[in-house]
Design a protein around this ligand. Structure first.
Ligand SMILES: Nc1nc2c(ncn2[C@@H]2O[C@H](COP(=O)(O)OP(=O)(O)OP(=O)(O)O)[C@@H](O)[C@H]2O)c(=O)[nH]1
Ligand SMILES: [Mg+2]
Ligand SMILES: [Zn+2]
Length: 218
């Protein structure tokens, strides 16, 4: 019985995700779902990426948090259009929450939409939102064993960002072993080791993302 309930919820979520996707496509908005544990660098990455992309594209952000609008305030201060979703305890975003957020965004004025998911390495990967691209971040201090312990997010993401590489001299994190572990469960994945703090590696990520957005919009 329990399993059936879960399946029904996810079935209903998929329907709504499809509806979100149609709306986004209709408005020519490219949406990116950014997922990670708390504190890996979702907000930092969105801010740094938007700084580089805003010459080319009009950018919007949906902020998902259990409580507060701390991250949304940072986006707003950076001049980005932003809507905050407070999940009220839920540890992930679902398609219904994103649908409500989309109703509150001026989509005619947005070309690229970043969705910052709730900080959580587990269930955000289970819920489609209607996004075009799923990206996850793992920061070096979290450890290279995470693909074995939390495989779903690693298999569900098209790109894996390894953030905080400025800390590599201080933490035990074997980049090569990490990449091999992820490739073992998701062979086609792209890796972007970078530091939102020093800016190292950001250029390559932004170039890849830009070309993906341009291809989708063409
Ligand atoms: N050393 C270092 N610190 C970083 C880097 N990127 C982010 N941080 C710091 O890590 C902390 C968390 O970064 P956020 O961008 O807020 O992380 P987040 O994933 O949005 O966090 P939640 O929204 O709470 O899940 C902040 O103190 C950042 O300044 C980096 O590349 N290097
Ligand atoms: Mg954040
Ligand atoms: Zn959850």
């Amino acid at each position: 019985m329990d399993i059936k309930v879960v399946r029904d919820i996810l079935g209903a979520n998929d329907q709504l995700a499809l509806k979100n996707r149609r709306l986004l496509d209709n408005k020519k908005v490219f949406a990116i779902n950014i997922m990670s544990s708390p504190g890996s660098g979702k907000t930092s990455l969105i801010l740094k990426t938007a700084e580089k992309l805003k010459e080319k594209f009009k950018i919007g952000v949906i902020e998902g948090d259990i409580a507060s609008s701390v991250d949304a305030e940072k986006m707003s201060q950076a001049g980005l259009r932003v809507v905050q979703i407070n999940t009220g305890g839920e540890c992930h975003l679902d398609a219904n929450m994103v649908s409500l957020a989309l109703d509150n965004l001026e989509l005619d004025d947005i070309e690229v939409l970043f969705v910052e998911n709730v900080g959580n390495l587990v269930c955000p990967a289970e819920f489609k939102l209607g996004e075009h691209l799923r990206v996850m971040i793992l920061s070096a201090p979290e450890g290279e064993d995470k693909p074995f312990k939390y495989p779903l997010m690693f298999t569900e993401s098209e790109a894996v960002i390894i953030n905080k590489i400025d800390l590599l001299p201080y933490v035990k994190f074997d980049l090569e072993r990490f990449e091999q572990a992820v490739k073992g469960i998701n062979p086609g994945v792209r890796f972007f080791p970078l530091s939102c703090y020093t800016g190292e590696g950001l250029e390559e990520w932004v170039l890849w993302l830009s070309s993906k957005i341009e291809r989708a919009r063409a």
